[in-house]
Ligand binder design. Structure first.
Ligand code: ZN
Ligand code: ZN
Length: 283
């Protein structure tokens, strides 16, 4: 299974001189399974570059699944700029959840409308199938890829995804908050024994997380503790606050590795092949 990060930032795209190393685009991760299935998780601003790359390398139609953790803007704002949706022969299954009583398709389509954008969702040439899922559901993609979803603790909810294929396990939990007196048990269960866990690491300190608890995010130290508790092979910190600079992230990595040496910082452009070779962590 190959993982590629296209956007690792939370909340809002954050370009600039302080975010060059890890990147300023919002959430988007590409997964290619052993049987060559394309799975995209989240459609933050990072999906624009991925779309260009897919079009450039395609020999005909592009097909895949797009898993939407939740419809907060930083997870869907890139979708109208995902070039493959403008290709008539392309086909995507968009998977996610209803929110505030609105169907997923209605929320996704709600971005493509005046006064926000000059074209409509219904005018998109690609074949888009929207599938709503429930907590605990498992989908089968391709020959043998199992995608299990779980509701995580985040305002209005956020789906975590456990992707199992060809004996390897990748888990994505982008927006989640633990509790002062314990972990989000759904996350621990979902992440159990994963080869790689991508975990919310929005805040640079636990104090900050407690101060802004209502935002529903984690500090890096909680990500580390959850990774240890869930016995994962490797932890990738993810969904950094727009206020965290490259320099601050470098410092966080040093501190995180003192507690859990198998920690990495997700970074735009980073590629990881699973299963990992534990003698050399991805840089
Ligand atoms: Zn987010
Ligand atoms: Zn969110």
């Amino acid at each position: 299974m190959r993982i590629r990060f296209w956007g690792v930032r939370g909340t809002i795209p954050t370009p600039g001189s302080e975010t060059i190393k890890y990147g300023g685009n919002t959430s988007c991760v590409e997964i290619t399974t052993a049987d060559k299935q394309l799975i995209i998780i989240d459609a933050g601003s990072g999906i624009r570059h991925l779309g260009k790359e897919l079009v450039k390398n395609s020999q005909g139609r592009i097909t895949g699944s797009i898993l939407i953790s939740h419809t907060h803007w930083d997870h869907i704002q890139g979708f109208p700029f995902f070039a493959p949706v403008f290709g008539r022969t392309n086909r995507f299954v968009v998977v996610g959840k209803k929110r505030v009583g609105k169907q997923l398709e209605e929320t996704m389509a709600g971005q493509f409308i005046e006064p926000y954008l000059p074209f409509s969702y219904n005018s998109l040439p690609a074949d888009l199938i929207v599938k709503e899922v429930k907590d605990g559901e498992t989908l089968i993609i391709g020959d043998d890829t199992r995608v299990t979803v779980a509701d995580l603790n985040h305002p209005g909810g956020c789906l975590g995804f456990r992707i199992e294929s060809n004996g390897v396990v990748f888990v994505y939990c982008s927006d989640v908050s633990h509790y002062d007196d314990g972990f989000d048990q759904s996350l621990l269960q979902l992440a159990q024994g994963a080869d790689l866990l991508v975990h919310d690491s929005h805040f640079g300190s636990l104090e900050e997380r407690k101060q802004f608890n209502e935002y529903g995010h984690s500090s890096w130290i909680e990500a580390v503790q959850a990774a240890i508790e869930a016995h994962v092979g490797c932890l990738a910190l993810f969904h950094y606050s727009p206020d965290l600079s490259d320099e601050e992230l470098d410092k966080i990595l040093v501190k995180a590795r003192e507690i859990f040496p198998q920690t990495i910082l997700s970074r735009e452009g980073m590629e990881i092949e699973l299963p990992l070779n534990h003698h050399s962590l991805p840089e």
